[in-house]
Design a protein around this ligand. Structure first.
Ligand SMILES: Nc1ncnc2c1ncn2[C@@H]1O[C@H](COP(=O)(O)OP(=O)(O)O)[C@@H](O)[C@H]1O
Ligand SMILES: Nc1ccn([C@@H]2O[C@H](COP(=O)(O)OP(=O)(O)O)[C@@H](O)[C@H]2O)c(=O)n1
Length: 412
């Protein structure tokens, strides 16, 4: 299946060569093409250069295989090996992305070849090698012993950058879910390999139909870790005599660690279903009191998009993209406030709080690109859009600022 996918006409390939730069784009053709300067860097002397592509029909198996290989490559290959994320895709065609890796092995050992041969035998992975003659470079199926019979040469053909970053093509109902059914289906497909999925789906089934009558206002507080959400939401619960809810809801707490260890497809479906459970609780609670929610769909979508899209903020889906649209079947709050503090103050608060960071928070600290993408994705989400609140002042000042906003917007 993959070989067809790799060579399909109009197929583009991209390699995330450098986090700070645009991916390297090329396509494949059966006739020799001269390499561009930019492609010399990757295909320069070829040497031990391989590309490795996951080929599984089942999307759960594909997601898990990709995650397993990523872990294997990072834990097994020596520092003499560069590993780059790669994709082959059809520009602007949703779900056309086939993900893979490029491995440039500068070591003198055969470690990468031994590992690739092991992976290749799993039948879920296809490995290509690269050869060069003068100005021409081509790929062909690889095997450790000799060239795979009938393996035709596919010449590397420089191509212009795609208008939209390839990672934005697979977001819909793979990283971000726009209906409960789509998220529900993913966990249904996992029940035999992740038994906890059955319990999560049972909790979803037990929730009442989400009714959003003309109840009390629903206010969501969003923001990166340590921006002050917990402190503010607890103060608002008291000052407004409100009900405080969280997403994911407490009933999912026993399963979080398990799903946090799964690839994005499964993990994000879990958090999406958490929002639907919280929505049912909001529907009920808002009939008798104002409701404050600590994180909701903005968090789920912003972190998922920022994780899925490699490289810089510019690679995010454009503002106004349908990927930022609120799910039609998810209860909408009256007001969403995004707490922001400068990075130094946030890190100080994180340290003062002393709790260990989530893996994602560790990533936020190391990778400034990721933090900027999360913050930008939060701001691009529409219907409802969030209102930005500077949460740098003291807890009391932030509370007063927010109470003023709530009075104006929700007449509370
Ligand atoms: N406005 C504020 N000014 C200074 N410190 C704050 C403020 N709000 C919260 N903190 C402190 O910062 C840390 C993180 O706050 P927390 O409410 O747990 O953030 P979050 O829930 O967003 O992760 C805590 O130690 C908290 O006491
Ligand atoms: N509604 C939500 C809430 C959290 N999350 C994920 O869970 C991570 C941390 O959530 P958390 O509630 O433990 O973080 P804090 O509220 O403690 O900062 C976020 O970084 C998101 O990746 C989500 O996807 N959707």
């Amino acid at each position: 299946m993959l070989r067809r996918a790799m060579f399909r006409c109009g197929q583009l390939c991209s390699v995330e060569f450098d986090l700070r730069a645009e991916p390297l784009y090329f396509t494949l053709s059966s006739s020799p093409q001269v390499l561009h300067h930019a492609h010399q860097q990757l295909f320069g002397d070829c040497g031990k250069l391989f590309s490795l592509h996951v080929q599984c029909a089942n999307r759960i198996e594909k997601a898990q295989t990709h995650a397993e290989i990523k872990h294997k490559l990072s834990s097994t290959l020596s520092r003499d090996c560069d590993v780059f994320e790669a994709s082959s895709f059809i520009p602007d065609v949703a779900n056309s992305v086939v993900k893979g890796f490029f491995i440039r092995d500068k070591s003198t050992t055969t470690l990468s070849e031994d590992l690739l041969n092991t992976l290749r035998q799993s039948e879920r992975v296809c490995v290509f090698s690269y050869k060069r003659e003068g100005q021409y470079c081509w790929q062909e199926l690889w095997s450790p012993v000799n060239q795979v019979e009938g393996s035709e040469r596919q010449y590397i053909t420089p191509a212009a950058a795609a208008e939209h970053h390839p990672s934005t093509l697979n977001i819909r109902n793979s990283d971000v879910f726009y209906s409960m059914d789509e998220a529900y289906k993913v966990l249904q497909e996992c029940t035999d390999i992740i038994p906890e999925s059955k319990e999560v789906l049972k909790l979803v089934d037990e929730q009442l139909e989400t009714s959003r009558g003309d109840g009390f206002p629903v206010i969501v507080i969003e923001g990166l870790d340590a921006t002050g959400k917990t402190t503010l939401t607890e103060a608002l619960r008291e000052s407004l005599n409100a009900t405080l809810l969280k997403s994911p809801p407490q009933c999912l707490a026993p399963f979080r660690q398990r799903f946090d260890s799964e690839p994005p497809l499964i993990r994000r479906a879990f958090y999406a279903l958490g929002n639907y459970i919280t929505a049912a609780h909001i529907g009920k609670e808002s009939l008798r009191a104002p409701v404050i929610v600590d994180r909701y769909w903005h968090s789920t979508a912003a972190y998922a998009i920022a994780t899925a899209v490699g490289g810089r903020v510019e690679n995010l889906p454009r503002p106004g993209s349908e990927l930022y649209q609120w799910p039609e079947d998810l209860l909408q709050p009256n007001l969403v406030l995004l707490l922001t503090v400068n990075p130094e103050e946030r890190l100080r608060r994180l340290r003062d709080r002393g709790q260990d960071k989530t893996v994602e928070e560790a990533e936020l600290e190391i990778n400034q690109f990721f933090r900027l993408k999360v913050e930008e994705a939060y701001k691009r989400i529409q219907n409802p859009a969030c209102i930005i609140v500077d949460a740098s002042p003291s807890p009391q000042e932030v509370l007063q600022q927010v109470q003023h906003l709530i009075r104006n917007k929700c007449h509370l």
